[in-house]
Design a protein around this ligand. Structure first.
Ligand SMILES: Cc1cc2nc3c(=O)[nH]c(=O)nc-3n(C[C@H](O)[C@H](O)[C@H](O)COP(=O)(O)O)c2cc1C
Length: 222
């Protein structure tokens, strides 16, 4: 697959088929992902790949915690600001609303929105969950490296005909993840990735999130 095509065809998939993904394919994706650059080549990423029964058990535990104990769901790092400002606030709202709209969930339907949100924790039915951590003894720069590693996972997945959803939502559930997977004390759960084959008939997968044109974010000097 050409790089342009892999980039253009990547999207966040929120409904997967149960079709399993062989471990050899996941290994191949991770091997490619680890070609990501990192400052001083520190390669501060760690992954925990979860499938089968372990995935089901972890998914149910996270879902139950997110549903019943929201006050315990505090991430170890701040992805988002406390105070949103424009233009990010509007984009964020548009992101949420377009998902609910494509699914036919009314804005006022809090139970419906909650049900959809909770699907994050059961990996949108994907057969593979990848928990991505970094080392808390490093600094914020390592999050850049992690982003490149994550993007490589998502693009390498396209090369295998697979799709992904990056999910920072898991960061809120690090205390549950720690009960099920062997994370070292120094590991900070940054993000998860659901991986599998897209359910092409699912309405949420038809979502195409817009982007600003180049001239809105780039200036050229000569
Ligand atoms: C680091 C990261 C974390 C994200 N976390 C979530 C998440 O927890 N749940 C979710 O449904 N989407 C999540 N997303 C997906 C974004 O909503 C999505 O990338 C954005 O709306 C653009 O859509 P696209 O990925 O289809 O191009 C995340 C994306 C990134 C990069």
């Amino acid at each position: 697959m050409q790089v342009d095509e892999a980039i253009r065809s990547r999207k966040s998939v929120r409904s997967f088929l149960p079709t399993p993904v062989p471990q050899s394919v996941v290994r191949h994706i991770l091997e490619l992902a680890a070609r990501a650059p990192s400052g001083n080549n520190v390669q501060a990423w760690r992954v925990h790949v979860v499938t089968g029964n372990a995935l089901r058990v972890l998914g149910e535990a996270m879902r139950a915690e997110a549903r019943d104990h929201t006050q315990s769901c505090i991430p170890e790092y701040s992805y988002y600001p406390d105070q949103w400002v424009e233009p990010y606030l509007s984009r964020r709202r548009q992101c949420g609303y377009s998902l609910y709209e494509v699914l036919g969930i009314d804005r006022q339907d809090m139970a419906g929105r909650q049900r959809q949100m909770l699907r994050n924790f059961t990996f949108f039915d994907a057969p593979v969950g990848i928990m991505v951590t970094t080392d808390r003894r490093l600094n914020t720069g390592s999050f850049m490296d992690l982003g490149m590693f994550l993007q490589n996972i998502m693009l390498a997945a396209r090369g295998q005909g697979l799709h992904t959803c990056p999910q920072a939502a898991f960061a809120d559930l690090h205390h549950i993840v720690r009960q099920h997977l062997e994370l070292g004390d120094e590991e900070i759960l940054a993000c998860g990735v659901s991986l599998g084959f897209e359910d092409e008939g699912a309405r949420e997968n038809a979502l195409q999130m817009p982007r600003e044109p180049v001239d809105a974010f780039a200036r050229f000097y000569s």
